[in-house]
Design a protein around this ligand. Structure first.
Ligand SMILES: O=C(O)C1=C[C@@H](OP(=O)(O)O)[C@@H](O)[C@H](O)C1
Ligand SMILES: C=C(OP(=O)(O)O)C(=O)O
Length: 424
């Protein structure tokens, strides 16, 4: 777990941060765009894609199946082809690669092997594999319900209706929908179980498929239908990553400063849009205008009681701000975060308390009470969002060192430089 590179001394703010930040593309949109373009009938362009570990892994996975993905300046040109094996896919620790590519592999002719980081073997994928089998795909996971696994594609998937418990990850549903139009009968996915998390990510899946001409029916709660038919990604423009905006906007809140994230979309399906309400509730003044989204800190950092089930990805940053707040916080609805890049509930509680904080695990979240923090090492557990949370705390608490800051490369390779520039 410990990384041998020297720890990264998180810059402490000399005064209120005052910055305008331009952020790279959304991981979730880039990796959906690549899948949709790979399954399209004709070539597509993905504009302003994120270049990071997760998106490079997605591109490499699709290339290994025979899809052409080439650089055109900052863009990616995707030339589809009937996917084929044999191939070996490294998912790294990317949930999107681990969940979105197996259905594409089921459409391929030939064997496709999947494996990834040790942590990827612990992340849930079983309900998706069961669903794919029920839809006609051949999968060998030696009964593990986890990586490593082999998808034995025959060049087609029958499709039809399937019931999945997607309470562990919305990505099980997105995965089936993204490839569903290419299944012979399309797909109808029915969720059965505790609530599905990450509704904005499901909305993103439906919106991006519809933009590619796919017929997606989301009229019935917990039921999603994709009609069989051609896919045409065309040109996809990737929005800035609003979840990666979280630590930058938090910098305004925790230093009583001002941060603008430029290019904030007026309408978006990204969960990061919820930061507008969350950071206002935590004491910020939030304005959305032509120049972007601006958060101003007022000096008053307030704790928050929030169900973050739909926007679980934002939890590490919210928890970092909560650790610096003058009143208690209770973040719930996020039991599924225990199977993210790391057990984020346990990791946040341990690292906040290591710095003198007062945090406690709840069955489905965490409670954080006001406390005076001190410097020390903040461990990242190979989790990009843990690392950026350490940076947020370090702004307000001198002497914080983040272990393995390089793990931010999962979705934001330039983080240390962008951060240094913003908070200087
Ligand atoms: O579909 C996506 O792009 C994502 C969905 C969410 O997954 P879960 O529903 O597993 O939390 C989110 O946390 C992840 O970072 C990205
Ligand atoms: C949970 C996350 O990623 P993944 O796509 O690997 O699930 C995340 O980025 O917060």
């Amino acid at each position: 777990m410990q990384n041998s590179a020297p720890h990264w001394p998180a810059p402490a703010a000399a005064g209120p941060v005052d910055a305008t930040v331009s952020l790279p593309g959304s991981k979730s949109m880039t990796n959906r765009a690549l899948i949709i373009a790979a399954l399209s009938a004709t070539p597509s362009v993905v504009r302003a894609p994120l270049r990071s570990r997760d998106t490079d892994l997605m591109a490499a996975a699709l290339r290994s199946l025979g899809i052409g993905i080439t650089d055109s300046g900052a863009d990616w040109v995707v030339t589809p082809a009937p996917p084929h094996g044999p191939a070996a896919v490294d998912v790294g620790n990317a949930g999107t690669v681990m969940r979105f590519v197996p259905p594409v592999a089921a459409l391929a002719d030939g064997e496709v092997r999947f494996d990834g980081d040790p942590r990827a073997r612990e992340r849930p994928v079983g309900p998706l594999l069961d669903a794919l089998r029920a839809l006609g795909a051949g999968i060998d996971d030696a009964g593990r319900g986890a990586l490593p696994l082999v998808v034995r594609g025959t060049g087609e998937v029958r499709g039809g209706t399937v019931t999945v418990d997607a309470s562990g990850s919305s990505q099980f549903i997105s995965a089936l929908l993204l490839s569903g139009a290419r299944f012979t009968e399309g797909v109808e996915v029915r969720h059965s179980g505790p609530p599905v998390p990450s509704q904005p990510h499901l909305d993103m899946t439906a919106a991006m498929l519809r933009a590619a001409g796919v017929d997606v029916d989301t009229a019935t709660p917990d039921v999603w239908r994709v009609a069989p038919g051609p896919v045409e990604a065309g040109e996809v423009v990737v929005e800035p990553d609003l979840s990666n905006a979280a630590p930058f906007l938090a910098a305004a809140l925790v230093t009583g400063g001002r941060v603008t994230v430029s290019g904030w979309p007026e309408h978006t399906t990204q969960p990061g849009d919820a930061l507008r309400g969350l950071f206002a509730d935590m004491g910020g003044e939030v304005t959305l205008g032509a120049e972007g989204l601006t958060v101003r800190g007022t000096g008053d950092i307030r704790g928050i009681t929030a169900d973050l089930r739909q926007v679980g990805e934002l939890t590490p940053t919210i928890a970092a701000v909560a650790a610096l707040a003058g009143s208690p916080s209770r973040l719930t609805g996020i039991a599924h975060l225990r199977r993210h890049e790391t057990d984020r509930i346990a990791a946040l509680v341990r690292e906040i308390n290591r710095l003198g904080g007062d945090a406690e695990e709840l069955p489905d979240g965490l409670a954080i009470r006001p406390s005076t923090l001190r410097g020390g090492v903040f461990h990242s557990y190979d989790d990009h969002r843990m690392a950026t949370s350490g940076a947020v705390i370090g702004l307000a608490v001198p002497g914080v060192e983040v272990e393995n800051i390089a793990t931010t490369g999962k979705t934001l390779p330039d983080f240390p430089a962008l951060w240094a520039k913003a908070v200087a």
